[in-house]
Write a protein that binds this ligand. Sequence first.
Ligand SMILES: Cc1cc2nc3c(=O)[nH]c(=O)nc-3n(C[C@H](O)[C@H](O)[C@H](O)COP(=O)(O)O)c2cc1C
Length: 304
Amino acid sequence: MPDLSVTLAGLELKNPVLPASGALETLDTPLRGGDFSQLGALVNKTVTRDRRDGNPPPRVWETAAGMLNSVGIPSIGIDEFVKSRLPRLRAQNDRIIVSIAGFSVREFVELAETVAATGLADYIELNLSCPNLESGVLWSTDAGLLAEVVGRVRRAVKVPLIAKLSPNVTDIAEMAAVAESAGADALGLVNTFRGLAIDVRVKKPALGNATGGLSGPAVKPLALFAVWSAFRRVRIPLIGMGGISSWRDAVEFILAGATAVAVGMFNFVEPGCMWEIRDGIDRYLAENGLSGVKDIIGLAHRTE
Ligand SMILES: Cc1cc2nc3c(=O)[nH]c(=O)nc-3n(C[C@H](O)[C@H](O)[C@H](O)COP(=O)(O)O)c2cc1C
């Protein structure tokens, strides 16, 4: 039997398959698919300090082989999250990643401190695809802002930090290196790609917020390249995501350098897909005579 476990920033995950933040939408929706204790970890939809309604509808729009969304981080607020949702997440898996987003450095630090103080988070994931309120620039699209926010949170808490980066930059490997130098323990690659759809019936942008983020199979080669190029640049582990819909996709990400893989949009198409992906990785390893996932991380980079 192949060993599916992987080590992510010093902690062991029983297998490398995780939901991407936002994939389970809300814990008020009964979780569908399978046994959530059998995933590598669980990840909440990003939580913010204050309650937020998110963007105006429509919030999702189907595209060829993908989906545009402009959900806009609706949130119950951190106090309610740590009181009611986090304990429920924790009860379902022994590894929990808490995704947070702040609109200022101070907010990020406060959120991280609040989450760390619960003792219920194994990792804190910084969703760095939201804007810094002072400039309106996304945290992970500006090297200076990225270094500042990761560095300040790093100094404030001991919980392992995952910096989740936006792909909407010229050189994602450069941003990966900035996050690593600032103290990130792992990277989440990637968030959605900025895009637009126009509804020709009303002759206006289809989404309530005009632009949105593209995810799903359409972005897979782009996301895979991001993981590939970051793997060549940094030493910290990578969580690969973007368009994963099958075990083959997941194996491609692992071969490109991902230690773990996260599935977002495809959960809405096929609620059982994360367990099928886990089983498919298992079969692939067995059929190829490989002893475990750890043996194939980054293997596609070999030169011989
Ligand atoms: C409906 C929806 C909601 C999302 N919400 C979040 C979120 O709250 N925080 C976050 O970091 N990423 C969020 N994402 C991005 C995903 O976590 C993931 O990075 C991206 O969608 C690429 O993976 P995919 O192609 O498998 O969906 C969301 C994606 C979708 C489709």
